[in-house]
Design a protein around this ligand. Structure first.
Ligand code: FAD
Length: 330
């Protein structure tokens, strides 16, 4: 049987624009493809997306496979999965990368299941063992204390989702040449089990954390979305902005623009509350220059206390209501 060959990147498009993570993946994919001496290709699906193919090439790809059809106008697992499978079975990539976005994660897991191959989720480092032709996909494990490198020895393609903002996009080069290959997808609307009825935009108010004077930031220690409401309540009471750790953003409790840290915002408010946040280095680099840091954590050994001006050891669910009450009485 013919060998799998080539590095592929799924190009995610939202509102007519290529997502930054896809451009970052083209940068990372370029390095892998060069090491393996194989082409790098972008997989561009959607409706009215054809014109974006050049940008994919300028950003590092040798080729772009395009399926541009009304049925792909909005992301739907079923349609996108069928389109990707059709291409993957025809051209047989060796490595296939997706952004670890909600759609990227959804699509990658569906494709991996259908192709009976492995998938490393939420990767933050990529390399390749050229002799063994193995993708080395690494991701934090055990609460970020170790990096685990995961190999997919048997099955092809080797697939990974990669977190946004950890890889570097290449400077676009408009003199880069590449091929644009248009494909058809033989799928009709009546074959689809899901229909998009309406797209409702997220209308949560925009935050500008970088300019906030007081930030109440919450972490996974709040337990769940319901528990995190205490952070909003405290912030509302004292007129502060809300911030979050990355784990909170990944849990879907808040959008990415609220994230503080290495892959989020760097903030320097007068007062920074870090509540139920462990104080991982990637969080601390984004807030350690705050004038006053107040940490609340039930673990007295939590690293956040190393950078805190004041520390309160205890359960956030008990302490925050008391703080709210005190502030209301002032
Ligand atoms: P956890 O680590 O789960 O900590 C929860 C804390 O809450 C614990 O300290 C616990 O003791 C405490 N707690 C539990 N229950 C309670 C309670 N009832 N009351 C009070 N305290 C309680 N992280 C970021 O935040 N920002 C970034 O930009 C970022 N970028 C990253 C980039 C890379 C390349 C990598 C590898 C990681 C990055 N991370 C980032 C992730 C980071 O390593 C941590 O995993 C993350 O910050 C942990 O979030 P957390 O503190 O909310 O959760």
């Amino acid at each position: 049987m013919e060998e799998n060959r080539g590095v592929w990147v799924f190009i995610e498009v939202n509102e007519g624009k290529i997502e930054d993570v896809s451009l970052e993946l083209l940068g990372a994919g370029r390095k892998l493809a060069d090491k393996l001496n194989v082409p790098l290709s972008g997989i561009l699906l959607g409706y009215g997306v054809k014109d974006l193919a050049c940008q994919v090439i300028y950003s590092g790809a040798d080729a772009v496979y395009v399926i541009d059809q009304p049925i792909l106008k909005h992301y739907r697992t079923e349609a996108f999965m069928k389109a990707v499978i059709q291409l993957a079975e025809k051209y047989r990539p060796e490595i296939f990368l997706y952004g670890a976005t909600p759609n990227g994660k959804d699509l990658a897991s569906a494709v991996a299941t259908d192709l009976s191959t492995g998938l490393t989720a939420d990767t933050t480092m990529l390399d390749v063992d050229v002799d063994k032709r193995l993708l080395e996909a690494s991701r934090p494990a055990f609460g970020g204390n170790i990096m685990a490198t995961i190999l997919c020895k048997k099955h092809r393609p080797q697939m990974a989702t990669v977190r946004p903002k950890v890889m570097k996009a290449l400077e676009p080069d408009i003199s880069r040449k590449g091929s644009i290959i248009e494909e058809d997808l033989n799928l009709k609307e009546e074959d689809m089990r899901t229909k998009v009825l309406e797209i409702v935009k997220n209308v949560t108010k925009k935050t500008n954390l970088a300019e906030a004077h007081v930030i109440v930031a919450g972490g996974k220690g709040l337990g769940d979305l319901q528990g995190f409401q205490l952070i909003h309540e405290l912030a509302d009471t004292i007129g502060a902005s809300v911030g979050a750790s990355r784990d909170v953003v990944e849990a879907g409790w808040l959008p990415h623009e609220y994230q503080v840290g290495q892959t989020g915002e760097t903030v320097t408010p007068k007062v920074y509350f870090a509540i139920g946040i462990s104080g991982a280095i990637q969080h601390v680099v984004g807030m350690k220059n705050s004038e006053l840091i107040i940490a609340i954590n039930k673990d007295p050994k939590a690293p956040i206390f190393d950078v805190a001006t004041y520390g309160i050891v205890g359960d956030a669910h008990e302490i925050i209501p008391k703080l709210i009450q005190q502030f209301k009485e002032i």
